[in-house]
Design a protein around this ligand. Structure first.
Ligand code: G3H
Ligand code: 13P
Ligand code: ZN
Ligand code: NA
Length: 309
């Protein structure tokens, strides 16, 4: 069935692991992820961004995910990723999503509370859970002064007031990750701020924390892209060891999108380079889907620890 994250997060929190939240945009991505989760019997979050919804349309994505539920028999949560307005969240709630994120993290604290609270009230009335965000996911690659850098991280002293006043069900925090394939400056040592995560979880005992920007940017796929006509120099992600550490802590949801894109793009680039005569989309989408599946299996088993849960 389509489920909320309530039970998933409680079990993950107590079990010291995290649920994978993977972005979906088309059938092959949905199939690759859900076939992996089925094989290793993992609970799963599939998430749809505003851009994904604009690309594929709500109904197509909804029906693809419903098909995955039927085919796998797994409990799957269908989540709106980075909702930027009450209206978008409402539309997804009315349209059958079981979870929404309202991301008002770029707004002033009071305004973030206000809009998040409004989404929570509507969502909870409809049996839907809400993820909110405090702090901004700035790139560590920027040369910023310590004070400016600190200001983009989540401020632990704000989290209790935020969660109490909004009633949100989970909280995304900024501890040094960023979206996309260029997360850290090449040559520097990537390091997430686990001290901030620790401080947040002390203030919110038992409360599920979410980590965005958690692709590890597998160098195998960066290489495959670069060797087959692509150009992605210096693409670097979060080391998997740090994701493992976050999963053992209060982090219950780990967001991955870029790694799916890299696996799909690398595989297709390689296929095209090796078979310039082929033009049947099934021939290149099939290995792309297979590689997404293998990558997701690796994440579920070796990084998140949610297999068999
Ligand atoms: O957080 C962003 C996700 O990777 C979705 O990206 O807005 O390009 O669909 P998108
Ligand atoms: P990545 O770009 O690291 O995959 O992050 C995805 C994400 O946070 C989606 O909300
Ligand atoms: Zn995100
Ligand atoms: Na955890």
């Amino acid at each position: 069935p389509l489920v909320t994250t309530k039970e998933m997060f409680q079990k993950a929190y107590n079990g010291g692991y995290a649920i994978g939240a993977f972005n979906v945009n088309n059938m092959e991505i949905v199939q690759g992820i859900t076939e992996a989760a089925k094989e290793v019997n993992a609970p799963l979050i599939l998430q749809v961004s505003k851009g994904a919804r604009a690309y594929a349309n709500h109904t197509y994505l909804m029906k693809l995910v419903e098909a995955a539920v039927i085919e796998t028999g797994l409990p799957i949560c269908l989540h709106l990723d980075h909702g930027d307005s009450f209206e978008l969240c409402k539309s997804c709630i009315d349209g059958g999503f079981t979870s929404v994120m309202i991301d008002a993290s770029s707004k002033p604290f009071a305004e973030n509370i206000e809009i998040t609270k409004k989404v929570v009230e509507y969502a909870h009335d409809h049996g839907v859970v809400v993820e909110a965000e405090l702090g901004t996911l700035a790139g560590v690659e920027d040369e910023v002064k310590v004070s400016a850098e600190d200001s983009s991280y989540t401020r632990p002293e704000e989290v209790e007031e935020f969660v109490t006043k909004t009633g949100c069900d989970s909280l995304a925090i900024a501890i040094g990750t960023s979206h996309g394939a260029y997360k850290f400056k090449p040559g520097t040592k990537p390091q997430l701020r686990f001290d901030i995560l620790e401080e947040v979880s002390k203030r919110l005992p038992g409360f599920p924390i979410v980590l965005h920007g958690s692709s590890s940017v597998p160098q195998e796929y960066v290489k495959m892209i670069n060797e087959n006509g692509g150009n992605m120099p210096g693409a670097i992600g979060v080391p998997e060891d740090q994701l493992r550490q976050a999963a053992r802590m209060a982090v219950c949801k780990i967001n991955i999108d870029s790694d799916l894109r890299l696996a799909m793009t690398g595989t297709i680039r390689k296929f095209f380079a090796e078979h310039p005569d082929k033009f049947d989309p099934r021939e290149y989408l099939k290995p792309a889907r297979a590689n997404i599946k293998e990558m997701v299996k690796h994440k579920l088993i070796d990084v998140l620890g949610c297999d068999g849960k």
